[in-house]
Design a protein around this ligand. Structure first.
Ligand code: GBH
Length: 469
């Protein structure tokens, strides 16, 4: 039986501003923390930076045509905060806002629904210099920025997302330091997590005030499908701890208006959480129109208290843990196939998460706002990239999505990461997530086999088979 998806399902691809735009010094844009970080020696693979990236800022119209030609009906992109509000304060810059306005218009003209993310990790450097996400002020600045973008684009963009993966911003940015701003302070990471939650809440209020009622507001999380390595009490406790730090620290305040009690206990020797002020949790606990889930791979954990050597979570090679108060938890590579990132391929993790949020966020539609895989794709002599590994990855995960829908999950859309190869953060350009190949020296875009395969799915709503090789 072939898998049919519901009518009206959103079939999209996703990108983020810093990973594709380039043009970092144009039209009044100032550096973000990722410009600073990638230009600091030793922070990214090969010293790669995103000064040019895929030059999307200059190729907007061509790229919109590419998106529409794939056959998809949605596109998720993010706004560069320092292009729109260079100091992180004060009025918006018209040229910056115009770029996104034109992008939205060109997408809509071609029948592609835009989904706008306000923050995909590129904090204006000026705000970092004033404390970044460790400072409460940044949450207030984010709400102001949200209002500016909503005023400028609210008449044409219906789908809004406040933050992309606040876990990465807080714990990779301020804990393990493998992401910008590269700080390695456990308490700073916890403060950042709270201020990101607060930014989501205040930003959502600012969006609601400025947007027409039909607009939909969401938050994109990267929940961890975390599994204990054994059923021993110690491994179960390790899984509970990671679930608190990866998942519930974000989902509980947003969905329930509280932080998990066990998280306070796990982190008690680090902080008393006095940075959570009266009224914050009510501000964070705003109604959501949908919840975005980004999924790549599950996590298998154990209590590693007796293990030798530093703990690593596999994301980069930092000696600093992104798990404040739970540094003793060990992460294990599950058996079986992996993508080029070394991330194990396991679609059941996605199914599990969709079912989990179906019960934890009842009545809130779900979207898969990112899913995809990196492979070292090389074009053949004919220029074609036969990325069968990626097609198999996608087929497996889309089957899991279909199964979750059959099991009662209200999933409204799927956004494939990524539209095209791009700047993969600390990994630089060596890791290619695109369904469109980018030849960086010439900026030539060539759809891979997966792009044709995905286009067929988007046009028909029926999951195609994996082609035989
Ligand atoms: C997303 O981050 C980003 O939103 C996007 O910008 C990025 O390009 C894309 O994914 C691909 O990386 O570290 O081995 O334990 C995803 C970040 C990936 C962080 C999975 C946690 C767990 C695997 N997450 N990772 S491991």
């Amino acid at each position: 039986m072939s898998a049919h998806f519901p009518p009206g399902f959103l079939w999209g691809t996703a990108t983020s501003a810093h990973q594709i735009e380039g043009a970092v010094r144009e039209d009044g844009r100032t550096p973000s923390i990722w410009d600073t970080f990638s230009h600091t020696p030793g922070k990214t693979e090969g010293g790669d930076h995103a000064d040019i990236a895929t030059d999307h800022y200059h190729r907007r119209t061509e790229d919109v045509r590419l998106i529409a030609d794939l056959g998809v009906n949605a596109y998720r992109f993010s706004v560069s905060w320092s292009r729109v509000q260079p100091t992180g304060r004060g009025p918006g810059v018209q040229r910056g806002l115009d770029f996104y306005r034109l992008l939205a218009d060109e997408l809509l003209e071609r029948g592609v629904q835009p989904m706008l993310t306000l923050y995909h990790w590129d904090l204006p450097q000026e705000l970092e210099d004033a404390g970044g996400w460790t400072s409460r002020e940044t949450s207030l600045r984010f709400a102001e920025y949200a209002g500016i973008v909503a005023e400028a684009l609210g008449d044409r963009v219906e789908l809004w997302t406040t933050l992309n993966e606040p876990w990465c911003s807080a714990f990779l940015g301020y804990g393990s330091g493998v992401h910008a701003p590269g700080r390695t302070e456990p308490v700073a990471a916890l403060r950042a997590a709270h201020h990101l939650n607060l930014a989501h809440g205040l930003g959502t209020q600012a969006l609601r005030a400025a947007l027409p009622p039909r607009a939909q507001v969401s938050l994109c999380l990267n929940p961890s499908a975390v599994r204990p390595r054994t059923r021993s009490p110690r491994d179960l406790d390790a899984a509970r701890r990671i679930d608190a730090l990866a998942n519930r620290v974000f989902s509980d305040p947003v969905l329930k208006g509280s932080y998990p009690q066990d998280l306070f206990e796990d982190t008690a020797r680090l902080t008393d959480w006095a940075f959570v002020e009266p009224g914050d949790l009510a501000a964070i606990n705003q109604p959501l129109d949908s919840l975005g889930i980004n999924y790549y791979t599950p996590a298998v954990v154990s209590d590693g208290s007796d293990d030798e050597g530093p703990r690593r979570d596999g994301h980069g090679a930092s000696d600093h843990s992104p798990w404040p108060g739970s540094e003793h938890v060990a992460f294990h590579q599950p058996p079986g196939e992996q993508t080029e990132m070394g991330w194990s391929i396991d679609p059941t993790g996605l199914h599990d998460l969709l079912m989990r949020y179906t019960s934890e966020a009842p009545g809130i539609p779900l979207m898969i706002t990112e899913n995809g895989a990196a492979y070292p794709d090389k074009p053949g002599d004919d220029g074609v990239v036969e990325d069968m590994d990626r097609i198999r990855y996608l087929h497996g995960h889309l089957s899991a999505v279909h199964r979750a829908i059959a099991d009662g999950a209200d999933v409204r859309g799927y956004f494939l990461w990524s539209l095209m190869d791009n700047f993969e953060w600390a990994y630089g350009y060596g890791k290619r997530f695109g369904i469109v190949h980018v030849d960086y020296p010439t900026q030539t875009r060539t759809p891979k086999a997966s792009a044709h395969w995905y286009g067929e799915l988007a046009r028909t709503g029926v999951l195609p088979e994996v082609p035989a090789v």
